[in-house]
Design a protein around this ligand. Sequence first.
Ligand SMILES: Cc1ncc(C[n+]2csc(CCOP(=O)(O)OP(=O)(O)O)c2C)c(N)n1
Ligand code: SF4
Ligand SMILES: [Mg+2]
Length: 349
Amino acid sequence: MSTTLTPASIQKKTNRIGLEVLNYKGSKTTLCAGCGHNSISERIVECFYEMGIDPWRIAKVSGIGCSSKSPAYFLGQSHGFNGVHGRMPSIATGAILANRNLIGLGVTGDGDTASIGIGQFMHLLRRNVPMIYIIENNGVYGLTKGQFSATADIGSTLKSGAPNELPPFDCCALALQWGATFVARSFSGDKRQLQTILKTAIAHKGLSVIDVISPCVTFNDHQGSTKSYSYVQDHDEALHDLEFVPHYSEIAVEIPEGELHEVDLHDGSRLRIRKFDRFYDPTNRMAALTALEGAEAKGEVLTGVLYLNTSKPSLLEVLNLVDGPLSTLPQDLVRPPATVLSQVMEELT
Ligand SMILES: Cc1ncc(C[n+]2csc(CCOP(=O)(O)OP(=O)(O)O)c2C)c(N)n1
Ligand code: SF4
Ligand SMILES: [Mg+2]
């Protein structure tokens, strides 16, 4: 039996602003097949498409590494800047201050963030720069052939069998301690959890740090590694079940009392948190730090929303920045009049 294509059946699926998923894609990946970073790129495409965000409102920024190459593989119609190794935070801060309407999307690696870029990362945290900061964490410098990074766990081994002897930085613990207002950990292999966390970050108007364990199949996916697919699958301890309810959703679902904890997000969306065996309060920063310490001691990978604070002002509010891009401000607002300039000159003589 032959099927004829009707106009309806060939009609392309579009999101709420009329764009197809193709408008959110980038070039074809050149990363290794099976690299966790590729799955994260796919989630980024899906989330921005599903949430109906204009691609040209997004500024994607990165440093150096396989992870930092990945912005080429998503959001081909967005603004983009591939910076120097570890220096992405200052580029992102400048871009967002210059145009507060942009959605900053930083994609970086554990080497880029926790080794050469640690100083820049700390200042991004203390400033609560409103942007999404994704760490594609594989515990190694993938691009330079798999040396341990500063997030590698003690005792985790290289392919050669050599163990790591230095203690790791936990980027989520640093983010919690130094000022990020949304902190989450996920796994590149957990499609549903990562999607929900990414959508929450898009809705949040403060600094969102998402540490995604993203295995490097070429250099760090063997037995003995604590960042391999099998290790993370076996040791993943999800804190809760998450559901993202977008602000434009019209679906009203009855929630059984006591079952769910709901958090209102800045753009009117909501995050629904369903507890597993114990209640975890993501608004309690100290509890988050304690939970991370406990998980580290047991060799567990704690995933989910560790912390969410929607009341702390972002850098834009602290600076009382004008609405709109600085480049659109009229001359009379940005340039002191001649009388003021001559007064300054007089004071200097
Ligand atoms: C200033 C400087 N120092 C060192 C390097 C070499 N280098 C390139 S990528 C990289 C590490 C990347 O690791 P990571 O950020 O974890 O990304 P991955 O490749 O693992 O995704 C290093 C050390 C460089 N490009 N520039
Ligand atoms: S070397 Fe590792 S991190 Fe780099 S693309 Fe290949 S699998 Fe991914
Ligand atoms: Mg890495």
